[in-house]
Design a binder for this molecule. Sequence first.
Ligand SMILES: Cc1cc2nc3c(=O)[nH]c(=O)nc-3n(C[C@H](O)[C@H](O)[C@H](O)COP(=O)(O)OP(=O)(O)OC[C@H]3O[C@@H](n4cnc5c(N)ncnc54)[C@H](O)[C@@H]3O)c2cc1C
Length: 383
Amino acid sequence: MKVHDMNSLSPTSKPVSRVIVIGGGIFGISSAVHLARLGIPTTLVNNGPVANGASGRSLAWLNSSRMRSEAYHRLRMVGIDRYRTLAAKYPDASWLRFEGGLTWDADDSTNEIADVYAHERLIGYDAQHVVPDGIAAVTPGVDARAVTRQGALFNPGEGWVDLPSLIELLLEEFLARGGKLVSDSGRAEVVIKDGRASGVMTASGASFEADAVLLATGPDVPRMVKKAGQHIADATPIALLVRTTPGQHDLRAVLNTPRVAIRPTPTGGLALDSAWSEEEVVTRPDGSYEVKNSTLQGLLDEASKVLQGNPTLEIESYGVGPKPIPGDGDPVFGELKDIPGYYVAFSHSGATLGLIAGELLAGEIASGNRHPLLDSFRPERFG
Ligand SMILES: Cc1cc2nc3c(=O)[nH]c(=O)nc-3n(C[C@H](O)[C@H](O)[C@H](O)COP(=O)(O)OP(=O)(O)OC[C@H]3O[C@@H](n4cnc5c(N)ncnc54)[C@H](O)[C@@H]3O)c2cc1C
């Protein structure tokens, strides 16, 4: 592999003296703080308070479980590495825990547990295949009766993060390093002049000039690049995340089960989501969402069934809205080939990738050099 020094400029690139980042989710804030660390004057523009998009309602399981391309697996593992460094700095953080993940599948022909175990062993991803009766010995708080006869996979290296807490921490550093936050000017648009990104204009009429703009507007990325004649395939669904009140549970791991995914929250509650419950959300003609009580109760019931002691769970709050997913499932990172200075960040698994994506994108913007870890994820693959 060719070695790139991300902090040095390529012979053809011009030094970047001002960068605007649009989007105060994990990709935007992580990129902004990494740009500030590189000494680049950076303004972060968000439509309202930071973390008000998908990052504010994410399950945020840090993982590279199951099967995917080698390049995507590698990027996720490097992503987890950055969280491990952060966890070593904040060992007592209630918002970042590495206490493993436990996964099981339905007891039918879709059960892939044995194949996934073989694959994870092959690639060196830490995995233990556990029979239901053996689960209590590896992780607490799970009702072993709910685990299917094919058993479960325990991945001790996995964890979870509370993204709003992380975003707050990164924002504090960004501001301390002289970064500017604009959150009261409405929606922003990228301004293109002479074929390259030249700044940003907001709905309230404020305008900012820049040498480079990073579009990190989550689910809005495909629609916004379309205005500039660019295509990024989009498979964004509407997702639902339910948070329960602090209660009596001993769960430590992230659970991925056929009917519900669960992780602890910093305040002692649980965060829950599932594929079936997001499919039950109705989008009204005016764009608002309708979440049925039966869906919320159904998710609580499914969670109770897999937790030791089958506790009665109560809703503290829930979040509903788009979950950014590119059309081919893979991340989209980097400069638009046809529009110099116009960078994008659009991905599923943005919790796992949040720190590393910000680091690599900031390096690319600052140096003009493309990082090889992002080579498989360029926007130009959509043509
Ligand atoms: C229910 C759910 C479960 C998930 N589970 C996991 C998981 O287990 N593991 C994992 O790794 N990932 C998971 N994800 C995915 C992860 O949370 C997202 O990939 C990530 O949060 C996306 O961050 P973002 O910065 O791209 O977007 P967002 O967090 O949506 O941030 C975009 C920001 O841009 C702002 N914005 C939009 N348009 C404009 C505009 N024109 N001008 C100004 N501001 C604008 C919005 O207000 C928003 O604050 C999950 C997501 C959801 C919703």
